[in-house]
Design a protein around this ligand. Sequence first.
Ligand code: 6AU
Length: 380
Amino acid sequence: MCASQARHPTVKATFAQRAAKATHPLANYLLRLMDLKQSNLCLSADVPNARELLSLADAIGPSIVIFKTHYDLVAGWDYHPKTGTGARLGALARKHGFLIFEDRKFGDIGHTVQLQYTAGTARIIDWAHIVNINMIPGKPAVKALADAAKHWRSRVNYEVNTSVTVGTPVSDSFNDNGDDDEEADKVGAMHPLPPPTQHNETGTTGRKGSIVSITTLTQSFEPVDSPRFPNAIAEGEELVYPGIEEPPWERGLLILAQMSSAGNYMTPEYTRACQEAARENKDFVMGFIAQGTLNTEPDDDFISMTPGVQLPPEGAEEDAVMGDGLGQQYNTPSKLVGDAGSDIIIVGRGILKAGAPRAEAERYRRRAWKAYLARTGQRT
Ligand code: 6AU
């Protein structure tokens, strides 16, 4: 940590104190969740199939505050918006109290990342509270994702009921939250809330009694009070973690500002550009993927999440932790949270490959929390 990072008030402040000041709704929620669960652990769920992913979320959920996915490496990912893998993960997130972070590392022009985030098969924005960006394309890509999230947020509390009438009077009704993917895409997340419309085949509005074949498309937007799709919850999946409300609908972005891999090209200048982009998009950017805190300006209160974490076996020296032979470099929670000022550790194989992953997750949770308590002077 440089001097301005070490002196920064967020290094010594407790998560509860930071929550009280946090203006980003999801950052505020996450900091309170961390305080409640006494956890600053994110599980990197890099497992090969959807069945394992879901049972892992259920097993490790009690120890974590974030469940990180790479949906594109999970075989058998079910894309159904109401009953698919994202929705089922959402139910487990509510039950155990954690946020879902899709580690998508967007890295394209603004228009493309908007579509990757909100549309296509995965519709990431529907189920992931948090995503991240590899800021190579520049600041406009951050702004583009922020705009997409804002737009999505403005229409998410409305359930779109679409009715189609062909001829007179054959009618079919469905809503675009998933019963019909093709139709859902037509009124997909990037489109503004239209007023109820009527179209006939010639493209003009209105109906004429003398025309035999008329297609009438009517959309009505009905308010939904619950902060989730009301019919997304299967029976038995309605449990909610006690002690805190459900997460807000606002989404959050992490900027990949420093990497854990050996020989990466992220220079200090690049990291500074990431900090600037975060400050310019504070409503959406909640923090960084970095190797320590990146809070340097007085007003900064970004959450730093750090991958490249492993613990040596119980009783072994801390220095025993090295890398994976493929470029990944590991550090311990006490170095990353205690010395470098990171807030959340991201752990994958350290937990996944353990003989008893549940117990190992608890060991990581305890160690990272202890490092946080020591850093903030709550315990030596
Ligand atoms: O604990 P591991 O090494 O098994 O897994 C680390 C996880 C992987 C990486 O894709 C991710 O963290 N990661 C990231 C992220 C989160 O963006 C950045 C980075 O610099 N290093 C890194 O390992 O899922």
